[in-house]
Design a binder for this molecule. Structure first.
Ligand SMILES: Cc1ncc(COP(=O)(O)O)c(C=O)c1O
Ligand SMILES: [Zn+2]
Length: 362
């Protein structure tokens, strides 16, 4: 398999034999182009079952992927919940981290740097620990205490800053020799991990669903699904891409605003994991939604709270940023964007175990 970086804006192309996270010519995000993609399922369970289509050596695994896909009878016969919160560090980010940190290790990196609202930081910290490399994680200081404590406990250096945007800026400025900026919102290797969700859904269902509904902020899961389903299409293993529905939080709905106009609301107080306002891959996100015939929507904190409670009371220990996907699904049903008989997967992305303190206050 030969792998190239290609700039999504200016077309700059170079073999992907070193660590790049943005185009050296124009500064835009890079994609990975893989020559000779062929799917052979390995005997392994989990993400590395798809290693034939992942352009990185399987150097690190904490058991990510192969998350349960359960029937949500309370919503309808054809509705499934994909329990991504059961990944090793409690979020889908582990798919991205397993691949990005494996690749960084393969290239001889000694430390990784990440900025995060919490979950990606926890995930990168854990995979760095497993790889035996250092991790430095920049987070907004109002991130949940449970998440910040986990990052520290995993042995990473935690740096608290004023805002989510400042976390990105400072992380990028801090990167020194021998260090790799993971920056999941930019990183093309990260998307090679999140794309395995598309392969896994096909593996579990035997076909692709009509629609996938998921929470979206920087777009790493949305774009992973888009890449994965398109690869499956090109491989002739499916004949259509499911409609992708991106559910966003109030105050941070830049994708929605790009597609439907302004939505002025106070910033969410509940969906702390969905607070990226200027995702670097916004153009690609708009394209994924439009080309898949899906849509972007915004959910208020009041709506989100209802879904969070309803999922908790059915035994799904998820965080508020995940519950937003159920609110999105309910809205799509009532707007007739999704029919209740259509096969739909709702992705539950992050664990509520990091929120025990917060739950008791609500
Ligand atoms: C639990 C959870 N769900 C969804 C998302 C959104 O993912 P992305 O920012 O890649 O769109 C995040 C991001 O941090 C998250 O932590
Ligand atoms: Zn470029």
């Amino acid at each position: 398999m030969r792998v190239w970086y290609r700039c999504s804006r200016c077309g700059y192309t170079v073999e992907a034999s070193s660590w790049l996270w943005r185009c050296p010519r124009c500064g835009n995000p890079l994609d990975l182009v893989i020559d000779g993609l062929k799917l052979t399922l390995s005997e392994r369970r989990g993400l590395w079952r798809f290693s034939s289509v992942i352009p990185a050596k399987p150097l690190i695994s904490l058991g990510e992927g192969f998350t349960p896909l359960v029937n949500a009878d309370f919503l309808g016969r054809n509705v499934y919940l994909k329990l991504e919160y059961l990944n090793p560090t409690g979020s889908f980010k582990d798919r991205g981290s397993a691949v990005a940190v494996s690749r960084a290790l393969e290239l001889g990196v000694k430390a990784v740097v990440e900025d995060s609202s919490g979950n990606a930081g926890i995930s990168v910290a854990a995979y760095a620990a497993a790889a035996g490399v250092k991790a430095r994680i920049y987070v907004p200081k109002d991130a949940p205490e449970g998440k910040k404590n986990l990052i520290r406990s995993l042995g990473a250096e935690l740096i608290e800053v004023q805002s989510r945007d400042e976390a990105s800026r400072m992380a990028i400025e801090s990167v020194g020799p021998g260090e790799a900026y993971i920056g999941h919102a930019w990183n093309p290797w990260f998307l090679q991990g999140t794309k395995t969700l598309a392969y896994e859904l096909l593996d579990q269902l035997g076909h692709v669903p009509d629609a996938v509904v998921l929470p979206v902020s920087a777009g790493t899961l949305l774009l992973g699904l888009w890449i994965g389903f398109n690869e499956l299409l090109n491989l002739g293993l499916i004949n259509r891409v499911p409609r992708l529905y991106a559910v966003q939080a109030q105050g941070f709905a830049s994708l929605y605003e790009r597609m439907h106009g302004n939505y002025i609301r106070e910033p969410t107080k509940l969906a702390d994991a969905l607070r990226v306002y200027n995702p670097p891959r916004i153009e690609q996100m708009v394209n994924a939604i439009r080309e898949s015939n899906g849509d972007a929507l915004v959910i208020t904190d009041d709506e989100l709270l209802q879904s969070w409670k309803s999922l908790l009371r059915r035994g799904f220990i998820i965080e508020p940023s995940s519950a937003i996907a159920l609110s999105g699904y309910m809205k799509l049903l009532s707007n007739n964007h999704i029919d209740k008989d259509e096969e739909t997967v709702i992705v539950l992305t992050g664990s509520g175990l990091k929120y025990i303190d917060i739950m008791s206050k609500i």
